[in-house]
Design a protein around this ligand. Structure first.
Ligand SMILES: *[C@@H]1O[C@H](CO)[C@@H](O)[C@H](O)[C@H]1NC(C)=O
Ligand SMILES: *[C@@H]1O[C@H](CO)[C@@H](O)[C@H](O)[C@H]1NC(C)=O
Ligand SMILES: *[C@@H]1O[C@H](CO)[C@@H](O)[C@H](O)[C@H]1NC(C)=O
Length: 445
């Protein structure tokens, strides 16, 4: 064949191919490829036995300890591009992480909101949440879905109060009526019912039957404006936990507390970060003791809570904080406890080590020691992980894990040593060779 002629044919072909590539790269985020669901792995549900999480798989069950993370932004990102949602969950699984906590709320009139008005939903956002569940399942990740924000971001309780005002209810200028006003409570119950009974548009499975959900969280970081609202918050937790259980007895329920002690007479009151922590109308013991609350939740932010302290004092504080909550969960509550948010800014370095690594190592060790003794300290979720391209969801505690090898290694090692405790002999657990912990653990089996 005449080589010149061949070139003439080749160039247009190359040209068209290039145009396709450019189009693909430009619109990749917008194109919704069909979601394939027939190959999703089987997954069991997680329950609680005394102070430990139990994973039920077929006829067998085993104790599990959690290494996990937060990516609150999955649903919102999923509205525009599914690619980064899938990437985050896949990357999480590659670090051996098993639980991801994320927002199942977004309240208000905005274009990306899930709930536009009380009981009125944005189907695009709901589909994005459906997709998050599918991709979690695909990657063997379970989700903690938080149901409303205490803070104003994504609407929160302030939006519920505004809705009630718009409906002609005379609520005070405080947002505490969120916990007591009958109309607002009816809004919240209707919302929760819509979520829990939602049928996933990709799989047809109701959320209440979906094993890739680890737990429902009633609220992210509940706080009252006035300490006199403490009894209303306690009654709200009791009522709403029972309400969720009445529709869904397969999933666990937690409150979403930061974990402050409200009463000076509590043994561990001294582990609070300051007197202010007792004035928020919350109490770790009383709130977590509610019958339908299956496990306790705690957050830890030494850099925000005691900003003036040096690193050594922060570490000491954090150690006490972790010990107090593990011991109260073991001995008083008799329930597992998850540290559902632990964060430290990356930028700060002390003696060549990132503060984040030092803080994470401290809490990771506490959990590992507790898990070895089969005590209540059941896991840590980092606040929070990103993938490249979602920087708009960043805050001072957010990072792309694989950009920081020391932190990445720490996370992976924690995943594997906790897995090792659960597995007690790998071959029976059919751990896949692709499992990031396989090589680490199989050395010992
Ligand atoms: C629950 O824990 C007890 C020991 O505390 C154990 O005997 C029992 O087998 C456990 N049950 C399950 C379902 O794991
Ligand atoms: C709303 O309630 C407050 C006291 O609870 C009362 O002083 C005020 O007059 C009420 N406003 C209206 C419009 O009813
Ligand atoms: C796994 O468990 C075994 C037996 O308890 C222990 O000897 C080994 O150090 C553990 N391995 C890891 C990676 O934690």
């Amino acid at each position: 064949m005449d080589p010149q002629w061949r070139e003439k044919r080749l160039y247009p072909v190359l040209g068209i191919f290039t145009i396709f590539c450019l189009l693909y790269l430009n619109f990749n985020d917008q194109i919704d490829f069909p979601v394939i669901v027939w190959n999703l792995p089987r997954m069991g549900f997680v329950g609680v036995n005394h102070t430990r999480f139990i994973l039920f798989e077929g006829e067998t069950h085993k104790e599990v300890y959690v290494n996990g993370w937060n990516s609150y932004w999955l649903m919102e990102e999923g509205i525009y591009g599914r690619r980064r949602v899938s990437e985050m969950l896949k990357r999480g699984a590659e670090m051996g992480l098993t639980v991801c906590r994320t927002w199942a709320f977004s309240d208000g009139p905005g274009p990306n909101s899930l709930q536009l008005r009380p009981g009125v939903f944005n189907e695009r956002a709901f589909k994005a949440l459906d997709y998050v569940l599918v991709e979690a399942r695909r990657n063997g990740i379970r989700l903690i879905l938080s149901l409303v924000n205490n803070l104003d971001a994504f609407g929160g309780k302030a939006q519920y109060v505004r809705w009630a005002e718009e409906a002609g209810i005379n609520v005070s200028s405080s947002s505490d009526p969120f916990f007591s006003d009958p109309l607002i409570k009816a809004y919240y119950r209707a919302y929760v019912k819509a979520i829990v009974t939602r049928k996933n548009s990709f799989t047809g499975v109701r959320y209440s039957e979906e094993p890739s959900i680890f737990a429902w969280e009633l609220m992210n970081e509940p706080r009252c404006e006035s300490i006199s609202s403490a009894p209303a918050l306690q009654a709200w937790i009791t009522e709403m936990a029972a309400f969720v259980k009445s529709m869904d007895h397969k999933h666990l329920i937690t409150v979403g507390l930061e974990g402050f002690y409200g009463s000076k007479s509590t043994e561990n009151y001294g582990s609070n970060p300051g007197d202010w922590a007792a004035s928020l109308g919350t109490d770790f013991i009383v709130n977590s003791a509610v019958k339908d609350i299956d496990f306790a939740s705690v957050h830890a932010y030494p850099h925000s809570w005691i900003p003036e302290a040096d690193l050594e004092a922060k570490m000491k504080y954090l150690s006490n904080w972790a010990d107090a909550h593990i011991s109260d969960s073991e001995n008083v509550l008799k329930k597992p406890v998850l540290f559902t948010e632990v964060g430290a800014p990356l930028t700060i370095k002390t003696e060549g080590l990132y503060d984040r690594d030092i803080i994470m190592m401290n809490v990771y060790d506490k959990i590992y020691e507790s898990a070895k003794k089969r005590e209540a300290g059941s896991g840590v979720l980092i606040w929070q992980l990103l993938v490249e391209g979602v920087e708009e969801y960043s805050d001072e505690f957010s990072f792309v894990a694989w950009k920081y090898p020391s932190t990445y290694k720490l996370i992976l090692e924690q995943s594997c040593r906790l897995r090792n405790i659960s597995c007690q002999g790998l071959p029976n657990d059919k751990v896949h060779h692709r499992d990031p912990c396989y090589r680490q653990i199989s050395k010992y089996v």
